[in-house]
Each structure stands twice: as structure tokens, then as C-alpha cells.
Design a protein around this ligand. Structure first.
Ligand code: AMP
Length: 289
């Protein structure tokens, strides 16, 4: 597996590969890789001839009170996991190279970026879309693979590509979970053993409760959300939101099989998010032991 640090070196490698007729698949990450990331790699491998994974903890998408400094980093382990999974090129740019000075020009998303995660984390999606745009310019992929775990992010990236005419397609993969339903996340490493075994499971339980309320015939979003909030009201869990939105990121007036139920909550100092497509249910999501 190759590793690229310099921005120009990354672009030169991608262009050389494309000049040989190879399609480039791209998986942007913040590292601390887990099976969820690696399934995106597998998907990129299906869709392209060369797979690039980036590891970059993007300071622009963290608020001043957030966990940028303590975000888990383990490049040595990430290298082994990526290499074992057949990644062709690991792109690990330095923050000083990505942002030699605070950027004046940024990608500023519209209203759908101001709700849910955007409301909880002001400026977050401007930071995400700005770095994604930069990474797309540096890697020049034919296809980029994102996880539905970050549903609002994935849909906003789709709009970025559509609205600004980036010449690539976006593929979105289902959420990979532990056997007990917890969605894999680099931030799960913050959880204590007790938090992991108990309160952290309230999120997937809330999604199941919303799914069951809907399957039981409740199409009224308020009632479905209430079922989710009731399940989130558990010891050790500070609920933030339960929401029902469509692929267009608009709140729905009636819950359908395509509606996405989302939850966010704090467990101790760890902020967790999760979601499910009501008609699929979290039972359909792939598990790892
Ligand atoms: P991150 O490193 O958290 O920025 O995530 C990088 C990519 O991996 C994003 O597209 C995430 O949505 C995706 N991802 C994170 N966790 C999971 C998961 N449990 N299942 C599938 N994709 C995931």
C-alpha cells in the first residue's frame, strides 16, 4: 500500500492512475478505522480499480468546545487495517498543508445543514463540506463512498456534488453494527465498559421503538418520535433529538417506509448519533461480532 502525505503528490498519483484508464474509488475518514470504514473500502473496491482512503481529522468541522484534541488517533493501526483490506493508497495530509492559513473561501450549505446535527454543532457541515470539496479536488475520484451512519452528512455531500457539478458519483452504504445493535463509531472508544453495556444501547433501542410504532400503524411523526424519546429516557442518557426526515432532509408530515428516523444523545461525555430507514429496520443492518 502506498502512502501519500503531500497534496500535489496525491493528485499526481490519482492522475497517473486515471491516465492508465483506472477508476478511482475514494473513502474519506477521520481514521481510528473500524469495520464500518472497511466495508466502505470493500464497496469502493467493487466500484473502482484503485481505492484511496484518506485519514484527516478536520479541525474545521469541530466546534470550540468539541473533542478535536482528544479525537482518537492511531495511524500505525490504521495503516495495517487499510493495507490488509487492500487499500491502494492511504492519503494522510497534514493540517498545516490543508489549511496553511484559515480559509477565506468555504462551502456554505443551506437550510438542511442548520437542523439536527447542524443545530447541535453550528458550522459543522460548512467544515465537512469544505474539507470534502478539497479532498475531492485532491483525489479526483470517480466514485466516493460514505456511510449512512452519518445520514445528514451523506445527503449533504450528495447535494454538494449535484449543486457544484463535481464529476463523481456518491455511493451510500448501510450502517455496520455490533451484535447488540450499537452502531460502530470511532467515538465508541470514549465509552466506559458500563456506558458501553448499558446507556449506549438506548440509541438503537429508540430506533427500534420508532420502527415498531410505525409498523404498528402510527404514521403521525409526533407519535413515532414520542416512542423514540420514551426509549431514550434511560438512566445515564441525555437525549438530544429524535427526528423523522426524508432523503431530501425535510421533516415529513407522514412516516413512510422511506422515512429516516434519527437519534442523538449523550452518554456521559460521549455524543452518539444513529439512524434507520423505517421500512428497512435496524435488524436489516449488517452486524459484526
Ligand atoms: P468518520 O471517520 O467518522 O468521519 O467516518 C468516515 C466514513 O465512515 C463516513 O462516511 C461515515 O459515515 C462512515 N461510517 C462511520 N461509521 C460507520 C458505520 N458504523 N457503518 C458504516 N459507515 C460508517
Amino acid at each position: 500500500m502506498l502512502e501519500r502525505v503531500g497534496l500535489a503528490d496525491m493528485r499526481a498519483w490519482s492522475r497517473a492512475e486515471r491516465a492508465r484508464g483506472r477508476r478511482i474509488g475514494f473513502v474519506p475518514t477521520m481514521g481510528c478505522l473500524h469495520e464500518g470504514h472497511l466495508r466502505l473500502v470493500d464497496r469502493a473496491r467493487e466500484l473502482a480499480d484503485r481505492v484511496v482512503v484518506s485519514i484527516f481529522v478536520n479541525p474545521l468541522q469541530f466546534g470550540p468546545q468539541e473533542d478535536l484534541a482528544r479525537y482518537p488517533r492511531d495511524l500505525a493501526r490504521d495503516r495495517t487495517l487499510a493495507s490488509d483490506r487492500g487499500v491502494d493508497c492511504l492519503f494522510v495530509p497534514e493540517a498545516g498543508a490543508m489549511y496553511p492559513e484559515p480559509p477565506v473561501a468555504r462551502v456554505v450549505p443551506g437550510a438542511p445543514a442548520d437542523m439536527l446535527e447542524g443545530a447541535a454543532r453550528p458550522g459543522h457541515f460548512a467544515g465537512v463540506l469544505t474539507v470534502v470539496a478539497k479532498l475531492f479536488h485532491l483525489v479526483e475520484p470517480d466514485v466516493a463512498v460514505f456511510g449512512r451512519k452519518d445520514f445528514q452528512q451523506a445527503m449533504l455531500v450528495k447535494r454538494l456534488v449535484q449543486d457544484l457539478d463535481f464529476p463523481l458519483t456518491i455511493d451510500v452504504m448501510p450502517t455496520i453494527r455490533e451484535l447488540d445493535g450499537l452502531a460502530l463509531s470511532s467515538r465508541n472508544t470514549y465509552l466506559s465498559t458500563d456506558e458501553r453495556r448499558g446507556p449506549a444501547l438506548a440509541l438503537s433501542r429508540a430506533l427500534r421503538a420508532m420502527e415498531q410504532a410505525w409498523r404498528g400503524g402510527d404514521a403521525d411523526p409526533a407519535a413515532v418520535k414520542r416512542a423514540g424519546m420514551d426509549a431514550l429516557a434511560a438512566p445515564g442518557v441525555m437525549s438530544e433529538y429524535c427526528a423523522l426526515i426524508g432523503e431530501d432532509l425535510q421533516p415529513v408530515t407522514r412516516a413512510t417506509a422511506h422515512t429516516v428516523a434519527l437519534v442523538a444523545a449523550r452518554v456521559g461525555t460521549t455524543r452518539l448519533i444513529d439512524n434507520v430507514v423505517l421500512g428497512e429496520g435496524i435488524g436489516a443492518d449488517p452486524r459484526v461480532a
